[in-house]
Design a protein around this ligand. Structure first.
Ligand code: ADP
Ligand code: ZN
Length: 732
């Protein structure tokens, strides 16, 4: 996603001494902000309230941690889960922030220590739960210290319209009254526009700086598979992802237990998690997953909020979720580190009946109709014809502009489209001829010529379409009708006994003016994995670095991802940093982490290189090399933005902590994609002409040849790459 920067932030980016950028580099080891982070931070620092919807993995925590560090006073962070707080605080501390938490899991002594640090002004960040905020003692302690601002995580929990309502959150409405001069920044990863307004109202935010970042998670691959034998399909999927970690969601505790033991009996390290287990066992299982000790957690939706792990590589739903918001949030736990991850949904018609059964128990009319709507949305997602990503984004009110996302089963062609116009006509005709007053089951009975009492009583065996679909299974007709619903040729009422009515546009199908197709999921011969989008790196070294990380994490009693992300390790395994300077350029290695862990990882790289002399680290090796199209490479986009601001290659490289060669690679991809690039701004025209001469007479020029041809290697790989790209793409 491209964004335009206002002039204030342009100035910001231009000044290397900008405290925002200095802190970004120093604390977090990043050299560019993710979309919106800078604007949000500046708003908070200007004492404005902020309301931020940003998808999981978008980088919300940095938006409050960084200003908490820069602003005087302490930032109160409201976070819903006690189990998560310690990890959040450990991660903040690992970056060199002065953070702590107060909650009921601590001993009285530990709490007193934190309270003392708070009173002495030794904290940048204090994490607490909404329950704690309700305690008078706690509020009194806050009164006594300067508060920089209040950050509210998972802010959607305050809304009854959301799917995660927590009554304790309603306490937070008191913040504005009690601390009228303290800015409030509310963050959430999931909120429809209705929920968004509700949050703003309930918290009493004052003309907040609003950000609604794209819900698009470009690194997630969405896939729906027709559910036949859930456990067998799950096993098969996980086997094709050996060595990766992920979550399997099942609806019932019984299924959780049985799937977990099936996986375990096949040698997969899997553990169950559900609300029926005792707290101790649950925590143990979650911890084991957090610490990379098990591969798979099989869980009910009780599992999730406590999961901050960034390297979850897949999320499988073995059953149909109740609503899209929940589904989006659960799948959102995959790939927080930005690396590719898979989201698989097993979709079977039988699940609809199961959910309906529960919905029918709901006595409140409005609530039942809402639940039914939600389920229908989910069913539509499962049977959609178009891009799954577009469908999800549309649910959140966002339009996805690309014609094809390339990262869902529909776009990637692992489902087959079949023409079903004739069947659609038959089904619609049955719906119309029975007066649009019957439910799906009766329509199917009519189509298949069933001999039921209802049919006899209503004389529906007399209508023309009676038995017209006898040659096909009921299951098939159910699928056809679901598709008609999904494509808006018919709709289903939302009362207790929903009936199917033809829509206006059904006419075009009945008259033969429109064609209808349905999707038939086909199991791909090989599971498609978005491998190409990983940072290409030396996998053996990556594995060794992971072991080093695990050792350090265990020594410190924190989860591995708190030490460094998978992404940082992959980058090390691609760039082989052995000096502190090179290590400091790896994304995610800030000053604090460099000091603490830099030498350790540099030694591991060095030792690897010594043991593997055949490995030749290429100083120009690119960060993300591969043939994936530009629009799927956010890294290229960032380079493009800086390029558009007129920065030279060396400066972009320094800002982004990447090699000049990598930046040149991005520019090459940008040029190939038709992005306008002013070569004369990047390189003196004379210099360019000299290098152009070196290309004379080469048909498929290798960069190495050009560098070798230049006198004493005076031409760098980066320059050679830029000129080659220019020659290949210039039209003038
Ligand atoms: P969220 O809370 O929105 O789900 P996090 O704050 O956990 O997301 O951030 C997700 C990941 O993105 C983390 O690994 C974090 O280190 C990384 N990240 C955040 N900001 C940046 C940035 N400016 N550049 C690179 N990585 C970033
Ligand atoms: Zn798609």
């Amino acid at each position: 996603m491209m964004r335009t920067r206002d002039s204030a932030s342009c100035e910001g980016i231009a000044s290397a001494r900008d405290p925002l950028y200095a802190a970004l580099r120093e604390l977090f080891g990043f050299s560019a902000f993710r979309p919106y982070q800078e604007e949000i931070i500046r708003a908070i620092m200007e004492q404005r309230d902020a309301f931020v919807v940003m998808p999981t993995g978008g980088g919300k925590s940095l938006c409050y941690q960084l200003p908490a560090h820069l602003m005087p006073g302490v930032c109160l962070v409201i976070s819903p889960l006690i189990s998560l707080m310690k990890d959040q605080v450990d991660a903040a501390k690992a970056s060199g922030l002065r953070a702590d938490f107060l909650n009921s899991s601590q001993t009285g002594k530990a709490r007193a220590e934190v309270a003392a640090r708070l009173a002495e002004g030794q904290l940048d960040l204090l994490y607490a739960s909404p329950e704690r905020f309700a305690m008078p003692d706690f509020k009194a302690a806050l009164d006594a210290v300067p508060l920089s601002f209040v950050a509210i995580d998972e802010a959607h929990c305050i809304s009854e319209w959301g799917h995660d309502f927590r009554p304790d959150y309603l306490n937070l409405a008191e913040i504005v009254e009690r601390f009228p001069r303290t800015p409030i920044a509310a963050f959430t990863a999931t909120a429809t526009l209705k929920v968004q307004q509700d949050i703003i109202n309930k918290l009493g935010l004052r003309r907040p700086f609003r950000v609604r970042a794209s819900f698009n998670r470009p690194n997630l691959y969405y896939r729906v598979l027709h559910k036949t034998d859930a456990e067998g399909q799950i096993l098969k999927f996980i086997r094709s992802h050996a060595g990766e970690q992920g979550i399997v969601y099942r609806t019932t505790r019984k299924d959780v237990e049985s799937t977990a033991s099936l996986l375990a009996s096949h040698g997969i390290k899997a553990l169950p998690y559900h609300a029926g287990m005792d707290d101790g066992a649950r925590t143990l299982h979650q911890e084991a997953f957090n610490r990379d000790e098990v591969e798979v957690i099989v869980a009910t939706i009780a599992f999730g909020m406590g999961i901050d792990k960034s390297n979850v590589r897949f999320v499988v739903h073995g059953d149909l979720p109740k609503n899209i918001e929940g589904y989006y949030q659960e799948t959102g736990r995959a790939g927080r580190d930005g690396e590719p991850a898979q989201c698989l949904l097993l979709f079977g018609r039988s699940d609809i009946g199961r959910i309906r059964y529960f919905i029918d128990q709901v006595t409140d009319e409005e609530a039942r109709s809402h639940a039914l709507h939600c389920m229908n949305d989910m069913v539509r997602y499962g049977s959609t014809h178009g891009c799954r990503r577009r469908h999800l984004l549309a649910y959140f009110g966002e339009t996805y502009g690309e014609p094809d996302c390339g990262m869902c089963d529909v776009c990637a062609g692992t489902v087959e489209k079949m023409d079903a116009t004739r069947d659609a006509q038959i089904a619609l005709s049955a719906i119309v001829r029975t007066g649009g007053r019957f439910g799906i089951r009766h329509i199917i009975d009519v189509l298949t010529g069933a001999n039921t009492r209802k049919i006899r009583d209503l004389a529906h065996d007399q209508i023309k379409t009676f038995g017209a679909g006898r040659d096909k299974a009921k299951q098939h007709w159910r699928s056809v009708i679901e598709h008609l619903l999904a494509q808006g040729y018919a709709h289903q009422t939302t009362d207790r006994y929903p009936v199917i009515r033809p829509a206006e546009r059904a006419r075009s199908v009945l008259h033969g003016d429109a064609r209808v197709s349905i999707l038939k999921p086909v199991e791909p011969v090989t599971t498609r994995r978005a491998r190409g989008a990983y940072i290409a790196c030396n996998e053996a070294l990556f594995t060794e670095l992971r072991m080093v990380r695990k050792r350090v994490a265990d020594e410190q009693g924190v989860p591995p991802f708190v030490i460094l992300s998978d992404r940082s390790l992959r980058e090390m395994a691609a760039r082989y940093p052995v000096t502190p300077a090179a290590m400091g350029l790896i994304q995610g290695v800030g000053a604090h982490k460099l000091k603490r862990y830099g030498a350790l990882f540099a030694e591991a790289v060095q030792s690897f290189l010594e043991r593997n002399p055949e490995v030749e680290p290429d100083p120009h090796s690119s960060e993300v090399e591969g043939s994936r199209p530009l629009r799927r490479n956010p890294s290229c986009h960032l380079t493009g933005e800086l390029l558009d601001q007129g920065l030279p290659v060396s400066e972009i490289a320094a800002r982004r902590g990447l090699a000049a060669g990598t930046i040149a690679g991005h520019i090459e991809q940008l040029m190939e994609a038709g992005h306008p690039v002013d070569i004369d701004r990047l390189m003196e025209p004379d210099r360019r002409r000299q290098i152009e001469d070196l290309f004379e007479g080469t048909s498929s020029p290798q960069l190495k040849d050009i560098v070798d041809r230049s006198e004493d290697g005076a031409v760098s790989y980066a320059e050679a790459r830029l000129v080659r790209a220019w020659l290949a793409n210039c039209t003038g």
